[in-house]
Design a protein around this ligand. Structure first.
Ligand SMILES: Cc1cc2nc3c(=O)[nH]c(=O)nc-3n(C[C@H](O)[C@H](O)[C@H](O)COP(=O)(O)OP(=O)(O)OC[C@H]3O[C@@H](n4cnc5c(N)ncnc54)[C@H](O)[C@@H]3O)c2cc1C
Length: 397
C-alpha cells in the first residue's frame, strides 16, 4: 500500500481558485448573512455557476470530476470561511448527488444528476422525522402503491436546503413491517409537485445562512421512475450517502479548525499583556500546540478516507462486505473526531481571544455557534461510536 499524501498540481490549482473565489465573494458577506439569517442566494448562485455544486461528480454527468479528494479540498476551504455555505454544499452534493450517482438509473442521472451537478438545480436529503432521528430506519412517512406508482403522505423535519431545493431525496416507508432492511425506499420528490409543501423553518443557534425545514407531503403522487436504488433499499441508499457526508463534514471541520487556529495564533502574537505578547506565555503556547496537532491529525484522516472512497468508485454493486465496513467505520471515525476536535479547537481559540472572542459578530464567535451542530447532524456522535463499536466487535481493530 502506498501512502502518498501530496496533492496533484491540478488539485493545488483548484484549491487556489476556490480560495480566491471565497475571498472575493463570500468573506465580505458572511457577517451580514449571519445577522440577517438569510439564505445566501447570490453567493450560492455564483458557486453553482463555478461548478462547485458538482465537484465530485464525473464530467460525463455535468460535474468537475475531481472526486472525493477534490470535494474535500472544496469543503476544507469553504469551512475556513463559513459553515453555512459548507452545509448548503454538503446537503446538495454529499447527500443529494451521491445517491443519484451511486444508485440512479441512466435516465435518472440525465434528468436529476446532470442539472444538479451543473448547478442548475438544488438538492436536499430528507431522512429525519419527528419520531425518527437517531433511529433513522423507523420512518413513518408512508408511500403506498397506486397503479404502478406511489402516493406519499407524512412529514419530515430538519431538512437542510429544504426551503430552497428543487428536488429532495426523501426516504419513505414502503413496507413498515420490514423496517429499515427492506421496508424503506428512497424517492426523488420534486418540490413543485401537487401536495408538497414547505412547513416551519427552524431558528437556530448557528448556521444562520441555511434553512432547516419541515416538509409536508399530502398525497404526493410519484411515478415508478421516482424510486431511487430499488424498492426497499432506501436505508442502504441513505447510509451510503452519509458515509460520503461524514468525511466531507470532516473536511469542513478541518477548515473551521484551521481558521480558528490561524486567528488565535495571530491574535496571541499581537495582544500584549503584562508587557509581553500573550504568545510568550506557555499556557497559550500549549493551547496553540494542541490545536495545531489536531489540525495535522485530522488532515491525514480526512484525505485518507476521501482517497479510499475515490479508489472504491461509484458503483456499490462492486463493493465487498469488508470494503463497505471499513469505509463506514472510517467515515464514522472521521465525523466523530472532526466534530469534537473542531468544537475543542474553536473553544480554545475563543479563549485565547479573551473577551473579544465573545463579542457578537466576530468570526470566532460565529464559528463557535456554527461548529456545535457537527456533533449532532449526519448522525450524532453517540451513533458514530455505536457504528465504530459494532464493527470493532465484529472485526476487531
Ligand atoms: C441544523 C440541522 C440540520 C439537519 N439537516 C438534516 C438534513 O438535511 N436531513 C435530515 O434527514 N436530517 C437532518 N438533520 C437531523 C439530524 O440528523 C438529527 O437531528 C440527528 O440525527 C439526531 O436526531 P434527533 O434530533 O431526533 O435526536 P435523537 O435521536 O432523539 O437523540 C437524542 C439524544 O439521544 C442520543 N441517542 C439516541 N439513540 C441512542 C442510542 N441508541 N445510544 C446512545 N445514545 C442515543 C443521541 O445521540 C442524542 O444525544 C438536521 C438537524 C439539524 C439540527
Amino acid at each position: 500500500m502506498t501512502f502518498d499524501f501530496t496533492f496533484s498540481s491540478a488539485e493545488d490549482a483548484f484549491r487556489a481558485a476556490v480560495r480566491a473565489f471565497l475571498e472575493k465573494e463570500v468573506v465580505p458577506i458572511v457577517a451580514a448573512m449571519d445577522e440577517s439569517e438569510e439564505f445566501p442566494e447570490a453567493t450560492v448562485g455564483k458557486m453553482q455557476e463555478s461548478g462547485f455544486f458538482g465537484v465530485p461528480v464525473p464530467e460525463e454527468y455535468g460535474g468537475l470530476g475531481l472526486g472525493k479528494v477534490g470535494y474535500c479540498i472544496l469543503l476544507e476551504e469553504v469551512g475556513k470561511v463559513d459553515a453555512s455555505h459548507a452545509t448548503i454544499l454538503g446537503a446538495h452534493t454529499s447527500l443529494g448527488t451521491t445517491p443519484l450517482l451511486y444508485y440512479g438509473t441512466e435516465e435518472q442521472k440525465q434528468r436529476w444528476l446532470v442539472p444538479a451537478a451543473k448547478g442548475e438545480k438544488l438538492l436536499a436529503f430528507s431522512l429525519t422525522e419527528a419520531g425518527s432521528g437517531s433511529d433513522s430506519g423507523s420512518v413513518h412517512t408512508a408511500a403506498e402503491h397506486k397503479g404502478d406508482g406511489w402516493v406519499v403522505t407524512g412529514s419530515k423535519i430538519y431538512v437542510s436546503n429544504g426551503r430552497e431545493a428543487d428536488t429532495v431525496v426523501l426516504m419513505a416507508a414502503t413496507n413498515p413491517k420490514l423496517g429499515p432492511n427492506g421496508g424503506v425506499t428512497a424517492f426523488l420528490v420534486d418540490t413543485d409537485l401537487p401536495g408538497f409543501k414547505v412547513g416551519r423553518c427552524e431558528k437556530k443557534m448557528g448556521l444562520h445562512g441555511t434553512s432547516t425545514a419541515e416538509l409536508i407531503l399530502d398525497h404526493v403522487e410519484l411515478g415508478p421512475d421516482r424510486v431511487l436504488g430499488g424498492v426497499g433499499r432506501g436505508f442502504l441508499v441513505a447510509m451510503t450517502a452519509l458515509d460520503v457526508g461524514r468525511v466531507s463534514l470532516g473536511a469542513a471541520s478541518l477548515g473551521g479548525m484551521q481558521a480558528a487556529t490561524a486567528s488565535a495564533l495571530d491574535f496571541a502574537q499581537h495582544r500584549t499583556q503584562f508587557g509581553h505578547p500573550i504568545s510568550e506565555y506557555e499556557a497559550i503556547q500549549f493551547k496553540l500546540a494542541d490545536m495545531a496537532m489536531k489540525v495535522h491529525a485530522l488532515r491525514l484522516m480526512v484525505y485518507h478516507a476521501a482517497a479510499r472512497q475515490d479508489r472504491m468508485g461509484s458503483d456499490p454493486s462492486r463493493w465487498g462486505r469488508l470494503e463497505r465496513q471499513v469505509k463506514t467505520r472510517e467515515a464514522a471515525t472521521v465525523k466523530c473526531l472532526a466534530s469534537e476536535w473542531a468544537s475543542e479547537v474553536i473553544d480554545e481559540a475563543l479563549q485565547i481571544h479573551g473577551g473579544l472572542g465573545y463579542i457578537r459578530g466576530t468570526p470566532i464567535e460565529r464559528a463557535y455557534r456554527d461548529a456545535r451542530i457537527s456533533e449532532i447532524f449526519e448522525g450524532t456522535n453517540e451513533i458514530q461510536r455505536l457504528v465504530v463499536a459494532r464493527d470493532l466487535l465484529d472485526r476487531g481493530l
